[in-house]
Design a protein around this ligand. Structure first.
Ligand code: SAM
Ligand code: SF4
Length: 317
């Protein structure tokens, strides 16, 4: 359905857990999350009611995210049921990849067609630093497992962090030449208490175009990324610029958190509870939420932090 600014809302990002097997410094605090009461979180049945209600209102694309969605018990079954929902054409999962060696095949068989895998660096010590204790080899094994299973699309997401991985832009981009993967560079977003990054960490997407002078522009594909390709590459390079050049006019998404809050905008504190709603009430609540979607998310910078009163692991990106 259309929101009040004429944007067609066709994309649901459903966060299935706040928990994670890593602790990326820009995403969540070192001591993790205060584990919430089980009955505060959406059940699998409630998540599927959200999906069905959104599909009834015109959502065709579903992204399962977190936290780390692959640590969620029953994730494969949830994906299978979501993929079988009338109106849902595409189920994608965003993951850190660590559990993909075990789960890539079951997810593919469950009907997941696309995977986005987070990878900020190709240097083992830097991977351990940014994730606080992750092992690069495990993430790379996850990417390999995804490629072996023949997903329709595998994307690698790198958060751009000045002084940390800006020197690796060419090496990360090169992955799109070596493998059939798209590489996405995402500007660091200043979340609630997601790390103490100074001004130098917030670099604009133009740093990528400067580092990769050979980039050839590609036509837009309806996503929020500005698209390019390295000459001869198998995959594309996408630049996602929520901070330096917001794309709110093209925003086609709504988000539902694992604790049952519908967020019409990532960077707003406005949340609508969907916990415990019947299907009919869910449809009406989603409709109201879409109509309340703001025109844009307001200024973001390291000085003007996101108004979302949550860290990214509690929203899903
Ligand atoms: N655990 C999964 C993963 O890491 O891909 C899914 C959840 S994670 C919250 C979703 C995406 O949000 C990841 O690509 C991650 O890099 C990105 N992200 C988290 N915090 C961010 C921040 N402060 N700025 C920009 N992107 C962020
Ligand atoms: Fe976990 Fe993903 Fe957040 Fe990293 S970005 S801490 S992997 S939820």
């Amino acid at each position: 359905m259309l929101d009040q600014y004429g944007r067609s809302i066709s994309y649901l990002r459903l966060s299935v857990t706040e928990l994670c097997n890593l602790r990326c410094r820009y995403c969540m605090p070192e001591d993790g999350v205060c584990k919430k009461n089980h009955d505060e979180m959406l059940t699998q049945e409630e998540m599927l009611t959200v999906v069905r209600a959104c599909a009834a209102l015109g959502v065709t694309k579903l992204r399962i995210t977190g936290g780390e969605p692959l640590v969620k018990p029953g994730i494969v079954e949830l994906c299978r049921k979501a993929a079988a929902t009338d109106g849902i054409c595409e189920v994608c999962v965003t993951t850190n990849g660590i559990l993909l060696p075990k789960l890539a095949r079951p997810l593919r068989e469950a009907g997941v067609s696309r995977l986005n895998i987070s990878l900020d660096t190709l240097v083992p010590e830097k991977y351990r630093h940014i994730t606080r204790y992750g092992e690069l080899d495990q993430a790379l094994a996850g990417i390999k497992a995804a490629l072996d299973e023949g997903f329709a699309k595998v994307k690698l997401n790198a958060v751009l962090i000045g002084g940390f991985n800006d020197d690796e832009i060419p090496a990360l981009a090169e992955l799109s030449r070596i493998y059939p993967v798209d590489v996405r560079f995402i500007e660091l977003m200043p979340m609630y208490d997601s790390g103490d990054f100074g001004p130098e960490a917030f670099i604009p997407y133009t740093r990528v175009t400067e580092a990769l002078p050979d980039l050839e522009p590609l036509p837009a594909d309806g996503s929020v990324a500005k698209l390019y390709r390295l000459p001869g590459a198998q995959g594309s390079i996408g630049l996602i610029s929520p901070v330096s050049a917001h794309f709110c006019a093209a925003c086609n998404r709504i988000r539902v958190t694992a604790d049952g809050k519908l967020k019409p905008c990532l960077h707003s504190a406005d949340e609508i509870s969907v916990k415990g709603l019947s299907y009919d009430a869910m449809v009406e609540t989603v409709r109201t939420a879409i109509l309340s979607k703001p025109k844009w998310h307001g200024e973001l910078s390291y000085l003007e932090r996101s108004r979302a009163a949550r860290n990214m692991n509690q929203i899903g990106g």
